[in-house]
Design a protein around this ligand. Structure first.
Ligand code: BGC
Length: 269
């Protein structure tokens, strides 16, 4: 992979004021892309992302927008167009968890997670696809646009106490595949990265407690939590021309979490 493999392109990364989105925004900037940083409420995190992107020699703007709201998404894309003319890469990263036992889950907890993780990703992906279709053939990039969903191992691993989250992630996978099938003739690539346990604020409760961390290790054959950079490097490659023949695929970045780790000890026969 060339160092400047995203040079001349603009990437929008939703939810890039922290965690995985932050790392993707900065790593794509290091690969030469200009970045649209989107944040929901963490203004300081967005400012930190802008500082690191600028330090890497790329341009950036930050736009506050709740991706669950259609008017916010339209404004986000308008701002991106105003500053950079268009975008070439969308990283559909913003996502939330609102955990509850199934019988206690309120309609509000269900809706909030589906609205952000699934409907929000649909809205951003739709606007990006509309944008990409207008792109003239580019000299330096083979596809006319790239969409990367940041999904989760929980698009295939059921997770008690997280019915809203797993449903949103399973739905995201079918959204990604259907879009990939529909948009491939327009030279638009659509893929997912499914992270496992990546050390961010979303699972701080687990990694800051030694007992819970030990239990987590039983679920990760590779025996370490992931870092946001583990995901960011894959995102850069997937958005680059080196991955030009890949569309409709999910790449699991999970240290083996999806390998049924409990069977590593021989199963029951
Ligand atoms: C969740 C994390 C969790 C990981 C592995 C992710 O999708 O957001 O909270 O640690 O899956 O279970």
């Amino acid at each position: 992979m060339e160092k400047e493999c995203l040079a001349g392109q603009t990437a929008m990364v939703t939810g890039s004021s922290s965690g995985i989105g932050f790392a993707i925004a900065v790593t794509m900037a290091k690969a030469g892309a200009n970045i649209v940083v989107n944040y929901h409420s963490d203004e300081k995190g967005a400012a930190d992302a802008i500082a690191q992107i600028t330090q890497a020699g790329s341009k950036a703007i930050s736009v506050q927008a709740d991706i669950a709201k259609e008017e916010d998404v339209l404004r986000l894309f308008d701002e991106a167009r105003k500053h950079f003319g268009t975008i070439d890469i969308l990283v559909n990263n913003a996502g939330i968890q609102k955990d509850a036992a199934f019988i206690d889950m309120t309609l509000d907890e269900w809706r909030k997670v589906i609205d952000t993780n699934l409907t929000g990703q649909f809205l951003c992906a739709r606007e990006a696809a509309k944008e990409f279709i207008t792109h003239p053939a580019k000299k330096n990039v083979r596809s006319s646009g790239n969409i990367i969903f940041i999904s989760s191992v929980h698009d295939i691993i059921p997770w008690a106490g997280h019915a809203n989250y797993t449903t949103s992630k399973g739905g995201e996978t079918m959204l990604m595949k259907t879009m990939a099938q529909e948009l491939a003739p327009k030279s638009i690539r659509v893929n997912s990265i499914a992270p496992g346990a990546i050390k961010t604020d979303i699972n701080k409760e687990v990694w800051s407690d030694p007992a819970q961390l030990k239990t987590l290790m039983d679920m990760i054959p590779y025996q370490r939590m992931g870092e946001p950079d583990d995901v960011a490097k894959v995102a850069v490659w997937l958005a680059s021309d080196d991955a030009d023949y890949i569309t409709g695929t999910t790449i699991y970045v999970d240290g083996g979490m999806t390998l049924f780790p409990s069977f590593a000890h021989g199963g029951l026969s």
